[in-house]
Design a binder for this molecule. Structure first.
Ligand SMILES: [Fe+2]
Ligand SMILES: [Fe+2]
Length: 295
């Protein structure tokens, strides 16, 4: 088992304390959205790039982006709420002097600020998020309340990496509404530290892990990414933008988005899986089949 890199974690704690990013100051909330602004880069709009998208009016396309970004922010905020539940559970077994205890408190503080920031952004966009269904709620709560810590940290990492990819794509697209770009920038900076920590934490389990453990981590990662992707492309959204056959649009968008998602969102996750030896004869075909990953 490797020793925990105390110095590196102390540094992360220091940055969090000395350079706090407060959404109230960092995000220019007073700036209204311009007529030409996008709410979500087209790379992430489920239907963009498909012939059906061309049939939508410009107003419908913009609305699709608005509803989908609301759904994305809500889903990440909701997952962060789950992660906070787990961090609290984990803290109860640590001593207050532990570096891990002190880092997790910083992470909790930042995650609560993120959740507040996302809900403010949703309010600003006049969004109406669709709440998670029974399956998402059941498996999400079961995971954070009862599963072993390394399994949950692996799940948290998968979700954080996805949030980070979305943040990166949003902040880099100058056509996106500036409030959302700043929200993404803040989230990207702080999630970078959380991801760093989670990877360090997991090293004691991933180094020297055998075939079974690597396989299980890979499946957990895959399931979490799938879980996030399925919170997002929704029939209700197509009903709201007023298309004639919303169920057909949703099905098409779902199939189309699978491939776009694989193209734009999986690089980091694949790289991490390669690092920990998560691809083998069993997991590789599943990543190809379920996530359309080119592995
Ligand atoms: Fe976050
Ligand atoms: Fe985080």
């Amino acid at each position: 088992m490797t020793t925990f890199p105390v110095q590196k974690i102390e540094r992360l704690i220091r940055i969090s304390k000395e350079k706090p990013l407060l959404p109230e100051q960092f995000v220019p909330w007073q700036e209204p959205a311009e007529e030409a602004d996008l709410f979500l880069p087209e790379k992430l709009v489920s239907l963009a790039g498909h012939p059906l998208y061309e049939r939508l009016s410009p107003a419908q396309r913009r609305e699709l982006g608005r509803h989908e970004v609301v759904q994305v922010m809500y889903s990440y905020g909701w997952s962060e709420g789950l992660a906070c539940l787990f961090f609290n559970r984990h803290l109860l077994d640590l001593s207050p002097g532990d570096v891990e205890y002190r880092f997790l408190l910083r992470e909790l503080i930042e995650e609560f600020r993120h959740q507040e920031m996302f809900s403010k952004a949703i309010e600003q966009l006049d969004g109406k998020p669709i709440l998670p269904g029974f399956q998402h709620r059941f498996w999400g709560k079961l995971t954070v309340k009862f599963l072993p810590s390394d399994w949950v940290f692996m799940s948290v990492l998968a979700v954080e990496m996805m949030a980070d990819v979305y943040g990166k794509l949003m902040r880099r697209d100058p056509r996106v509404y500036q409030v959302l770009r700043k929200v993404s920038e803040l989230h990207h900076i702080e999630e970078g530290r959380h991801i760093h920590y989670t990877k360090l934490w997991l090293e004691r389990y991933t180094q020297n892990a055998g075939f079974l453990r690597r396989t299980w981590y890979s499946l957990l990662f895959l399931l979490n990414i799938y879980f996030m992707r399925t919170l997002y492309v929704r029939r209700e959204i197509f009903e709201r933008i007023g298309v004639d056959r919303p169920a057909h649009y949703q099905k098409t968008a779902y199939r189309h988005f699978k491939h776009k998602f694989a193209e734009h969102c999986l690089d980091e996750a694949i790289e991490f899986m390669e690092d920990i030896g998560g691809f083998n004869w069993l997991t590789r075909p599943l990543w190809r089949l379920i996530l359309k990953a080119k592995v």
